[in-house]
Design a protein around this ligand. Sequence first.
Ligand code: GLU
Length: 483
Amino acid sequence: MRVRFAPSPTGYLHVGNARTAVLNYLVAQKNKATYVLRVEDTDMERSSRQSEQSIMDDLRWLGITWDEGPVEGGDYGPYRQSERFDIYSEYTQRLLAEGKAYHCYCSQEELDQLRQQADREKRPFVYPGNCRNLSDKQKQQFQSEGRKPTVRFLVPDDETITVNDHIKGTITFNSQHIGGDFIIVRSDGVPIYNYIVIIDDALMKITHVIRGEDHLPNTPKQVLVAKALGLPLPEYAHMPLLLGPDRAKLSKRHGITSVAVYRDEGYLPEALMNFLGILGWATESGDEVLSPDELVQQFELSNLAKSSALFDFQKLRWMNAIYIRDYALDAITDLFIPYIEKAGYSLEQVDRKWFESVIDLVRGNCEVLSDIHKHISIFLDQVPEPEEEAKALFEGDEDARTIVSAALKLLKNGTLHQDNFVSDTIALIKEETSLKGKKLFLPIRAMLTGRLHGPELDRSLPLIGFDIFSQRIEDAASRYLNQ
Ligand code: GLU
């Protein structure tokens, strides 16, 4: 079995395409199939090596590996379509010689007129075959006018094309309804996707084409070309498209659609792979958090629902939070570091063991790695700048200020000290002020961290340490008490 992912390098890797890559990967792993990466870069104006590189980087980051590709090579290369023009050209000569394709001299303006006429008559445009039977004289005439011909594939009349799709079931098309003879080579000599894709699938011995259902309307054209050339056909699986939460085609206005941006925001590749791998189907147990191995074990193409899959951004965040929580501490600490440095902290002097304990404490509050900046300042700043709501608490509530003065008193008279500040701070302040519940806990937290929410205090205090603990009480006193 051989499968392929065939991106066009005309931009970043979109999550929809990443999902195609992931599902091909799962199928390949499950069936011990060969995974081919083919770069479909015939759109010279829009394709770039830079985009190809970024797509490959994103795939590797996601954890997808392939066996054959433009960099790795393989027995069926080259793996960039732009490097295969000689191959296509041979097939074009054959089709022309066998009368299965012909040169078309219609100009863009003439075609536009035909298209407009179809629009006016409210019918789909079908190329009427004007150049199907040109005489040599007519051809010479066109050539002498300087017209450069395209090559059109001669679509047989009234032929039924049946595709047995692994997801969609049996679909039949009639050759009358695919828009007439279609262009396979542009007038500048560049061959068209629908033509060369099937040549490459055949020559690269692809057995299963798994791709988005936006390619379904292309399939009859590809099947006809294969038949005309006597090439074997792959099996097909067309996956329902990804939709945004409002059921419209997933687009930027719904949220992030670029894999690279997910990476930058601090999504973990394992979480994104899990999320994309599980979209559009459900495991028997209902479990959704699956390791790559579990995904491979449980995934079947036929599991995929026939209807579209909704891209639930909230669920992806939820899943990412689980991966952050359960990741090996050492590794997740490394992954957090760039985000902490980006927030302006230098970690050079920081003790690694201490730092890992901090990360372990706050990672539960992070849905994405970049959330860390909201939670780390209480450990990395001597006295973190209090948030507005913490300030408001002290400024608006006499009882909250009482907590600060009690803490200051206990500190100054030595009741609170190095050995008991972790275990007894709350109890001692409670005794001193007779405040309890929220009235007690909230101001203590706000005084010590500048925040109303955060990790558990009794786990935070040992990491903050007595010196800084004392400093923060004194700072709160000078901020909020009229001394
Ligand atoms: N290059 C095509 C695309 O990026 C994929 C073609 C295919 O899978 O057949 O949409």
